[in-house]
Design a binder for this molecule. Structure first.
Ligand SMILES: [Zn+2]
Length: 271
């Protein structure tokens, strides 16, 4: 599943090819994504210049002179730039053709992604308006995380994965940040001290920033290549390593299901 670093890498990869370009035509081959693609998307977008390519949580916001295309990659989606004569493959559902001759192509085998149109401020769209702060911005602070956690009895791992608390902390990053901060993922969110939230906030920022930085090495793949940066090959300490030795103390890593998600942790290093 594309996580926040992959979405940010996608944004950086496609933005230089989109901004300032006029859309010539939008071809929708299959409108049945998580929600139907608006039938009039071609009419709305064609002839308009693209003025911005931004990201909020895992949504990409492609701003035109009037209106914004809100896109989400879902479980298996990707956006890449291709030459206009690039043959269309089975899961290539949308093409946005530009005056440059390049095409922004949306591919999504499982079709859990989205491509929606908003004429109002996209941040007020119902999918976006209740999202918590961006993890790499200053609004995501020690105080924010600590204040949100007071009175919460849920385990800390699903708490930091809640988009209303902070966006973009998926299972990999939550597992790794809790290990780095030495916090047991089962611990009740409301019982964790401010000093430990300080450490956790810093680790979430550090791990996500490192993943985004690593994604930077794949930017050239957004034109020509398959456009799928995939999972960044970060060194993982716990995620996906159940039963293997902890890289810090050597104990066998365990897993527990929290909020429907497998959570790997070291019982010795994480308290
Ligand atoms: Zn350990």
């Amino acid at each position: 599943m594309p996580e926040l670093p992959e979405v940010e890498t996608t944004r950086r990869g496609i933005a230089p090819h989109l901004i300032g370009q006029r859309v010539q035509r939008v071809v929708v081959r299959n409108a049945r994504l998580r929600w139907p693609i608006p039938e009039d998307l071609d009419v709305r977008l064609s002839g308009q210049q693209i003025v911005s390519v931004e990201r909020r949580a895992k949504y990409l916001l492609i701003g035109a002179e009037v209106g914004t295309l809100i896109s989400h990659l879902g479980m298996s989606g990707s956006l890449r730039m291709v030459a206009a004569d690039t043959p269309v493959a089975k899961h290539d559902h949308v093409d946005i053709e530009l005056e440059s001759g390049l095409v922004l192509r949306y591919t999504d085998p499982r079709r859990f992604g989205a491509m929606l149109w908003s004429t109002e401020s996209p941040l007020q769209h119902k999918l976006l308006q209740k999202l918590g702060p961006e993890p790499l911005l200053d609004d995501f602070s020690i105080n924010h995380l600590y204040e949100c956690s007071r009175g919460r009895s849920m385990p800390i791992k699903p708490f930091i994965m809640d988009n209303a608390v902070v966006v973009g902390v998926g299972n990999i990053y939550a597992s790794e940040a809790l290990f780095a901060a030495g916090i047991d993922p089962r611990r009740e969110a409301g019982s964790v001290s401010k000093a430990r939230y300080a450490k956790l906030t810093a680790e979430i920022k550090r791990i996500l920033a490192a993943a985004i930085e690593q994604g930077g090495t794949t930017l050239r793949d957004f034109v020509g290549g398959d456009g799928k940066p995939g999972y960044f090959q970060q060194k993982l300490f716990v995620y996906g390593r159940t039963g293997q030795p902890c890289l810090s103390c050597g104990s066998e890593l365990r897993d527990v299901k929290l909020g429907q998600r497998a959570s790997v942790y070291c019982a010795k290093c994480q308290r």
